[in-house]
Write a protein that binds this ligand. Structure first.
Ligand code: FMN
Length: 273
């Protein structure tokens, strides 16, 4: 019982006590015998008082049942919607998390958005919990310090991606405080994928870029640590579709009629005996 449990002690408002006339009579007569400055209770007929209290009890019980039902509906609805949300949200984020090489130039990614994306990193696994990765945030005012040193879409060289006017204007340059070893690259993968999923959740997209001029980028941004990977971030201006393939089919991505197609090996072929 929502109301009686949360607002009124049930023991003080029990319907059976209403019917047990002795109890109520005693209580009423005690109550009406007490001096009252505002109203002369003694002058109110006891029968009218009883009826008034009975109506009050009925009202409380009706309100109680109504609120209880509403609470149950609310709990059922919120648990169902949170289940749905958590069930399809990862699938949706993963599907939307496509490597994007064309961005809406009118959309400038803000520094606070980059900070929010990088903030996922203090919740991630890291080999021996070393946490060697550091992140240099680059917004539109510094984009020219990065753009000349990165290469995008090597699989479609003839297109010269990114197309003029669709270049990314924000980047996260991931650096390592230690000489990279195998586990550093595992940390790197966990970090970058988590950041990209965060970006997608925020309505943005990104691209991992390992094809870049390390020394010139480090010099351009005056980095104190060696850069391992550049993540471009922005508002996508591309149409990208996934295509199922068998493991021995061609894996190359391609474009047709303005749509970028990305072949992905079907799950049955990913699982080995
Ligand atoms: C470690 C890594 C490095 C990558 N480096 C580049 C790169 O330098 N330039 C580029 O255009 N894409 C790069 N990509 C993006 C891949 O080409 C892309 O993941 C692949 O085409 C599949 O597309 P999808 O990410 O939409 O599934 C990189 C991806 C990964 C995981």
């Amino acid at each position: 019982m929502f109301f009686t449990k949360n607002v009124l002690p049930l023991s003080s408002l029990n319907a059976s006590s209403c019917k047990a006339s002795g109890t109520l009579d005693e209580w009423l007569s005690q109550w009406s015998a007490k001096p009252c400055t505002a109203v002369r209770i003694r002058q109110v007929p006891q029968r009218a008082l009883k009826e008034l209290f009975f109506c009050f009890y009925i009202f409380i019980f009706m309100a109680d049942n109504f609120l209880e039902k509403r609470m149950e509906q609310y709990r059922a609805h919120s648990s169902a919607s949170s289940n749905n949300k958590s069930k399809d949200s990862l699938a949706t984020l993963l599907a939307k998390n496509r490597s994007t090489r064309g961005y809406d130039a009118s959309y400038k990614v803000r520094i606070d958005q980059l900070r929010r994306i990088v903030a996922v990193n203090n919740k991630l696994a890291s080999a021996r919990n070393r946490q060697p990765l550091r992140f240099r945030l680059v917004t539109a005012d510094e984009a020219q310090k990065v753009l000349p040193f990165i290469r995008m879409g090597a699989g479609l060289k003839e297109l010269g991606l990114p197309l003029a006017g669709t270049e990314p204007n924000a980047f996260i340059v991931v650096c390592s405080t230690i000489e990279p070893r195998n586990s550093t690259y595992v940390d790197l993968g966990i970090s970058v994928q988590s950041m990209l999923l965060q970006a997608v959740e925020m309505g943005l997209n990104g691209l991992c870029i390992m094809d870049f001029d390390c020394d010139r980028l480090a010099g351009s941004l005056q980095l104190q640590y060696s850069p391992l990977l550049v993540v471009a971030i922005g508002k996508s201006a591309e149409k990208i579709r996934l295509v199922d393939i068998k493991e021995n089919d061609d894996h190359s991505y391609y474009r047709e009629n303005g749509v970028h197609y990305v072949p992905k090996v079907v799950v049955e072929d990913l699982i080995i005996e």
